[in-house]
Write a protein that binds this ligand. Structure first.
Ligand code: NAD
Length: 490
């Protein structure tokens, strides 16, 4: 490698790219070719990825993308290692910061989610495909897209960002994040720490950029920025619809409303079923998009489950108490077409069960994770994706009726569903009908993300666009290189 005044080529390239990042131009092309316009005084140095101006963030991320190209697989692997290590080491501190800012969910689960980041797939999962024959050698490689815009939810702000970084940087991309405004401060703290550590190890300062005070305008500006090559959306129906209209390719991890069917199966251990449902549905006060949101119990399973749920710590409320909860949790608003739409009162999203219990007028201490009651299949608590600690349980005549109701309650989101049965034919029947991205048999929803089940985790489950539980490959482009000659030595 050639040296000039003690600097090698890679170091010189980094300096040039850093300078180009300060140019006011907006296109990929002008970021590579020095512009004749004056260089702006505003530097990207010392920001460690935290920006207010979306244009600056997108440009800084493009520079970082070019820098990352020079760091090879070792550089990408180092970033994955940094993010996993920081999430593990700072789980308590960052969990508390996120909990204090968002004021939803449970502190112990915020901490656990950060610790779970170690299970996200990194560079090791990107395996090229090689073909060798009489006509030469062909390689199919996973090429990066460039700068990816990540939209993250308030329900898991830092965990989604951390998981996205590992997947996206492993694939060779850099990122700009427009986080949920309710989780933007903890996002900025984590992003700054990630970039500081990345800079210290591989010399890139703005590989992960975030908008300090995100707005709908910053979302729009970023989706229109020429530097952004791909969108990754993790959120509800509104943002998925907005992303689809941008004209850019979007990977959409959209909303869910996961049902659970409990079969009338004499050999089922109903205490275990109840513990599984509470583990998934009560996790982080039911903030998981994969979390159990409504239960359909078949025949005699209904009474057995109700008893087991109470033995496992859930609190049963009667219909009058449920009416009081329903009145507080749902408000109504007219949509553009003049139809009345139920809105979940944000005060109860991810709130402790004791808060709902107080509304109902029943006693529940901090150990109570879920309130339960029998409801109809068309109850608002069943049809809305309500991330509260009330879990509706519906009595069903037979397995077919349970699956039909479960399917309707999921609204075709194709997100997640669970079944508890020892009848293999019924497992298959429901899996076929639901056709969800994640389908868990005889376990809590989290088993579908490798927690108590086999497999890897991601906080972005691309449902609406079909990529599934994201991995580095999700964020690559297909590239084939064919070398044509008599190269086969056989
Ligand atoms: P949300 O839809 O309110 O917000 C998600 C993100 O989108 C935020 O960054 C928000 O600022 C942005 N946003 C919202 N509406 C927008 C619009 N019209 N234009 C531009 N940006 C917009 O969701 P939330 O409350 O933060 O998270 C919960 C939702 O996300 C649930 O529906 C849940 O199922 C879903 N979710 C899905 C997954 C998955 O992997 N599929 C993971 C987590 C959460």
């Amino acid at each position: 490698m050639s040296q000039i005044n003690g600097l090698n080529e890679a170091m010189i390239r980094d300096v040039v790219l850093e300078v180009l990042g300060k140019l006011p131009s907006t296109s990929v092309q002008t970021a590579r070719v020095p512009s004749s316009k004056p260089i702006k005084a505003t530097a990207t140095q010392g920001r460690y990825g935290v920006f207010q101006d979306p244009d600056q963030a997108a440009k800084a991320a493009l520079v970082a993308f070019e820098q990352l190209k020079t760091k090879g697989w070792a550089g990408r692997a180092k970033v994955c290692e940094i993010v996993k290590t920081l999430c593990w080491d700072k789980a308590q501190e960052w969990g508390k910061i996120e909990f204090d800012e968002t004021k939803i969910g449970r502190l112990d689960h915020k901490i656990e989610k950060l610790q779970g980041i170690k299970g996200v797939l990194g560079v090791e999962s990107l395996i090229p495909l090689g073909m060798s024959g009489d006509n030469g050698i062909t390689m199919e490689e996973n090429a990066p897209w460039g700068v990816i815009l990540a939209i993250t939810p308030v329900t898991h702000s830092v965990p989604t960002i951390a998981g996205n970084i590992i997947n996206m940087v492993a694939a060779g991309n850099s990122m700009v994040i427009n986080p949920h405004p309710g989780g933007a401060a903890c996002a900025a703290i984590a992003v700054r720490e990630f970039n500081k550590a990345i800079h210290a190890e591989i010399g890139i300062e703005n590989l992960i950029c975030t908008i300090e005070k995100p707005t709908l305008e910053s979302f729009k500006a970023l989706t229109e920025a020429p530097e952004i090559a791909l969108l990754c959306i993790t959120g509800g129906p509104g943002v998925v619809a907005a992303a689809m209209k941008t004209g850019k390719r979007a990977i959409c991890a959209g909303p869910g409303n996961p049902p659970v069917v409990v079969d009338d199966c004499p050999v089922l251990d109903f205490d275990r079923v109840a513990r599984d449902i509470i583990l998934g549905g009560g996790y982080d006060n039911n903030l998981l998009c994969i979390g159990e949101k409504q239960v359909f119990a078949v025949g005699a399973a209904f009474d057995k489950l109700m008893k087991s749920m109470q033995r496992a710590g859930s609190k049963l409320v009667n219909s009058g108490q449920l009416d009081r909860i329903r009145k507080e949790v749902f408000t109504f608003r007219e949509d553009d077409g003049g139809c009345s739409q139920a809105i979940v009162n944000p005060e109860f999203i991810g709130a402790d069960a004791s808060k709902l219990a107080a509304v109902a007028g029943v006693n529940a201490d901090s150990r109570t994770e879920l309130l339960i009651a029998e409801t109809a299949a068309d109850d608002l608590f069943v049809v809305k994706e309500q991330m509260t600690t009330f879990l509706p349980i519906i009595r069903c005549r037979d397995f077919d009726e349970a699956v039909r109701m479960a399917y309707e309650s999921e609204h075709g989101f194709k997100h997640s569903a669970m079944v508890h049965t020892m009848n293999v034919a019924n497992m298959t029947k429901m899996a076929r009908e639901m056709d969800t991205t994640i389908f868990v048999k005889n376990g809590p929803c989290v088993a579908g993300l490798g927690l108590g089940g086999e497999g890897y985790i991601s906080f972005s489950v691309a449902t609406a666009t079909g990529e599934g539980i994201t991995t580095p490959k999700t964020f690559t482009r297909f590239r084939r290189c064919a070398l044509v000659d008599q190269l086969n030595i056989v």
